[in-house]
Write a protein that binds this ligand. Structure first.
Ligand code: ITT
Ligand code: MG
Length: 197
């Protein structure tokens, strides 16, 4: 069985990766599956810089190929916030619910046509002895007024995807990966990944 190691503690992200790599015969492993107590501070000023920090830290520790994902939500009416701070928007407790509450409160009174936003995903592929490579994917949408849907994680329940006429959280993992920022970044990564295995 082929393994793919993602330097993440986010189970929602891991599921997104599984929806694409699982059917290809890979087992997705995360920080929970390896003997690492790594807790990388996301000190970079871009998604790419943070993805590289996370991927290289684990690749160096385990001397193996590692993928990391740094992602977030850019809301136009908030000048691109929460951006790279999406996970901890409402505080270090990293609560999806508190983050959505804060975002909805900050957009209170903003009309639908001004609630445009995008998810951004930067994936870093770190290999011992090689230059780290990054891949970016984005997904355009609109921030809704209330939550809908049970799938996904993070801001998915309030992210409306016009192209699907559904909230991101109403899409199954497979449907989400077909149109999402993460799915787009993973497709770019796959071209290189297939060459490594
Ligand atoms: O750093 P790791 O351990 O991978 O996990 P994390 O949750 O801290 O991940 P990030 O630092 O990359 O922050 C990403 C945040 O952006 C949001 N986000 C990213 N991708 C998303 C998606 O597909 N759906 C909904 N929210 C997403 C969500 O709040 C995430 O916690
Ligand atoms: Mg993080």
């Amino acid at each position: 069985m082929k393994d793919i190691l993602i330097a993440t503690k986010n189970k929602g992200k891991a599921k997104d990766f599984e929806s694409i790599f699982g059917p290809l015969g890979y087992t997705v492993k995360t920080l929970d599956d390896v003997a690492s107590h790594l807790d990388v501070e996301e000190t970079g000023s871009t998604f790419e810089a943070n993805a590289i920090l996370k991927a290289e830290a684990l690749a160096n520790e385990l001397n193996t190929i590692v993928i990391a994902d740094d992602s977030g939500l850019e809301v136009d009416a908030l000048n691109g916030e929460p951006g790279i701070y999406s996970a901890r928007y409402a505080g270090e407790a990293k609560s999806d619910d508190a983050n959505m509450d804060k975002l909805l409160a900050n957009l209170d009174g903003v009309p639908a046509e001004e609630r445009t936003a995008r998810f951004v995903c930067a994936i870093a592929l770190a290999q011992p002895g090689k230059e780290t490579v990054t891949y970016r994917g984005t997904c355009e949408g609109v921030i809704a007024n209330e939550r809908r849907g049970e799938f996904g994680f993070g801001y998915d329940p309030i992210f409306f995807v016009p192209a699907q006429n559904k909230m991101m959280a109403e899409l199954t993992p497979e449907q989400k990966s077909a149109i999402s920022h993460r799915g787009a970044a993973i497709q770019k990564l796959r071209a290189d990944w297939d060459g490594l295995n």
